[in-house]
Design a protein around this ligand. Sequence first.
Ligand SMILES: *Cc1c(COP(=O)(O)O)cnc(C)c1O
Length: 366
Amino acid sequence: MFLSRPELIKKEIFDIAEYVPGKSIEEIASAYGLDPASIIKLGSNENPLGPSPKAVQAMMDAAPCTNIYPSADAIELREALSKYTGFPVSNLIASGPGMDGLLDGLCRLIIEKGDEVIIPTPTFAYYELPAKACGGKPVFVRRKQDFSLDLEKVLKAQSERTKIIFLCSPNNPSGNLLPENDLRIILENTKALVFLDEAYVEFADRNLAELVREYDNLVVGRTFSKAFGLAGLRLGYGIMPEWLAKEYIKAATPFSVSLPALKAGIAALSDVDHLRKSIEIARVGREYLKEKIPFTVYPSQANFVLVDVAPLKAKAVTQSLLRKGIIVRPCDSFREAGDTFIRVTVGTREQNEKVIRAFETVKNEV
Ligand SMILES: *Cc1c(COP(=O)(O)O)cnc(C)c1O
């Protein structure tokens, strides 16, 4: 018999609903009796090219040295990031695990019990978790029908206790960019910190990081998980004003970037060819999916597309695709996303063809 002591758990944590990740190949193979090798995974926006071979080599080279702590502030990686982004190292923070680690660190630094954060939904589900864990209260503001930001509502949702406004561009799961002017208006009309999540920005036509030079309340979050193909390594970074970077270091876990991650990150940044190919596959593939999937597909600036399968239900269509060995992401676990949306990661040409055929079959079944 197992006893439990929930009273030991902070109430803020006890009340949090568990994060719902995309399904893994192993889960689906065993649930549907399929050969893992035959399954294609287009559910978590991973890079179909895999990691850069240079990054893989760097991890292997680092392996024999892992008895030694890495640098506490990941300075070598921040220097490489400085070259890549054009920002001085004093504006750069490298974070593990992933950009999620950066979100954790910032919430630890800023959110106290009773503080509020603004989250325009539907969007990436993780923001509310670290905020709640610190005692914060998420205030959700619904996006417009086309998933653009409702600027007026976002500004009106502010209170004396608003500490962070979370924005995502391109937005997950809708793929649309935040207009520069919207960001400026928010930055100029808030006392809060604005967190701009640019996890998919390498696939987009433009980024908004330059605004960090102009505003003292903007943080841009980036990751190696998507365009760089290193989701399993858990590496991200932030571009932020110097005053904030200084304080962030005090709140964050030291050595959060492991030695293999640090070395692989540097190598990945140097592999321009792999990055270029990864971006090309996503850009060509998203147009192909948009044209061929026989449902409403939203325009995307990321490595995924959002499909509205109405009048069918996302759950039923996802199940049907799973039986064919194709993993996609139903968006019913995203707040305010309804029950007819499915997010499909752009895969290789062959994977894209398979997913298109599967959508066609599903459509003809009804
Ligand atoms: C994948 C993703 C992240 C998380 O990135 P990690 O670096 O893997 O933690 C953050 N934001 C959005 C919108 C994402 O889709």
